[in-house]
Design a protein around this ligand. Structure first.
Ligand SMILES: CCCCCCCCCCCC(=O)SCCNC(=O)CCNC(=O)[C@H](O)C(C)(C)COP(=O)(O)OP(=O)(O)OC[C@H]1O[C@@H](n2cnc3c(N)ncnc32)[C@H](O)[C@@H]1OP(=O)(O)O
Length: 246
């Protein structure tokens, strides 16, 4: 059975896109994983993409450790330690089933993945970790931009920057009032972000008005000396029925 499963998987982990499979091993009998490994691959817990991987550079790791060191660790049944920050875990899949007015084919249902977490090669695109402060008025994201995000030569694509701003402000708004949708996003690109660099993306809750959440955001170099991007975003909290309506 293990051999059959291994053949189906083709040795490249195509059914398990977020497992760590750094390189496709040669197709010989020694490349077939043992049955226990296959079971782990097929039924293991979702991967938390906000944890360090081998692609994280020195600056990414330094800042991760800085904020993580000031963060509460979630331990079941124990009170938190009263620290200022909390790391937000991040998975590549939220949709399992959708019903109601939203028509999704079985293929889309089974393959839907969070846009920023769907690249197999670690470090190739969006590497990031988000921390939220306890009062939820601020979020900080440490973002390392990989080589697949190139826009102008050697620099990050504006759409990729917008994606990260939407992700950070959207996650921030969701932490306050889930579920939400982006109603408006305004971006001023002030200086280009070098590809491969690590930057800070900070969001601040400016105000709430009924269902509306106004959030501002800035992208800077990690020492704060260079302003890359400024943005404002409006999120509207919605009912789940709004999503199902399509
Ligand atoms: C843990 C999870 C991790 C999650 C991790 C992932 C995070 C990623 C986050 C990604 C988020 C997205 O990309 S979301 C995808 C992009 N966004 C969308 O597709 C949204 C499409 N638009 C819509 O569905 C809708 O227009 C809504 C939901 C935005 C609003 O519709 P509605 O619910 O009917 O509300 P509506 O009455 O129209 O508006 C409510 C109030 O907001 C105001 N309003 C509405 N739109 C605007 C606007 N563009 N600019 C100014 N104001 C506006 C209205 O005037 C009104 O004010 P007042 O009269 O009350 O004063």
């Amino acid at each position: 059975m293990a051999r059959n499963l291994a053949r189906i998987l083709g040795g490249c982990g195509s059914l398990v896109p977020f497992m760590k499979t750094p390189a496709c091993p040669p197709r010989n009998s020694s490349s077939i994983p043992p049955a226990r490994t296959l079971v782990q691959m097929l039924f293991s817990k979702s991967r938390d993409f906000s944890l360090p991987n081998s692609s994280w550079g020195e600056e990414m790791m330094r800042l991760y450790e800085f904020y993580n060191g000031q963060s509460d660790v979630e331990t079941e049944g124990e009170e938190n330690q009263g620290r200022e920050w909390k790391r937000l875990p991040s998975y590549n899949r939220s949709l399992k089933y959708a019903t109601g007015g939203v028509y999704l084919s079985k293929i889309i249902q089974s393959k839907a993945r969070l846009f920023t977490r769907n690249i197999r090669e670690p470090g190739a695109a969006f590497e990031y970790v988000l921390f939220i402060n306890k009062e939820k008025e601020r979020c900080v994201c440490v973002f390392q931009a990989g080589h697949l995000l190139e826009g102008p030569p050697g620099h990050v694509h504006g759409g990729a920057i917008a994606t990260m701003i939407d992700t950070v402000t959207g996650t921030h708004a969701s932490a306050i009032s889930a579920p939400v949708m982006t109603a408006n996003l305004n971006i001023d690109y002030r200086s280009p972000i070098p590809l491969g660099s690590t930057v800070l993306i900070e969001s601040t809750l400016e105000k709430t008005e009924g269902r509306k959440l106004y959030i501002s955001c800035k992208v800077t170099s990690t020492d704060g000396s260079k302003r890359h991007t400024d943005a404002t975003a409006l999120f509207v909290s919605i009912s789940v029925a709004h999503l199902l309506k399509g």
